[in-house]
Design a protein around this ligand. Structure first.
Ligand SMILES: [Zn+2]
Length: 108
């Protein structure tokens, strides 16, 4: 999903239109949010996408981690966590998209 940031308003490219997500107020201008999700205090996928991006748990970050591992296969978890968001790394490990040599110092 294409996301652009302009003064706390994130322009999110949906399937047809571009919507404005306000991350501070957690609102979106898409019909699904305005007519359904807002009333039940849930986020639409655009808000989720912006939150993911802010937390660096988006596809771009995942790709960077995977690319880094491809180029540096001996990277340890500690080295990886120093460079990238640990939660994004956890996501990839739990999805079994990456495997890392376990460091005995951290597991015991
Ligand atoms: Zn939306």
């Amino acid at each position: 999903m294409q996301i652009e940031n302009q003064d706390n308003i994130y322009k999110v490219q949906g399937t047809k239109d571009t919507y404005d997500v306000n991350l501070e107020e957690k609102t979106c201008t898409c019909p699904h949010f305005l007519h359904r999700m807002q009333a039940i205090h849930q986020y639409c996928k655009h808000i989720h996408a912006v939150i993911d991006k802010e937390q660096q748990r988006d596809e771009e970050t995942y790709d960077k981690i995977k690319q880094h591992l491809k180029e540096n296969p001996k990277t340890t978890l500690e080295q990886l966590e120093a460079k990238f968001n640990p939660e994004a790394i956890d996501d990839l490990i739990s999805k079994k998209e990456i495997t890392l040599p376990t460091a005995s110092s951290t597991t015991q």
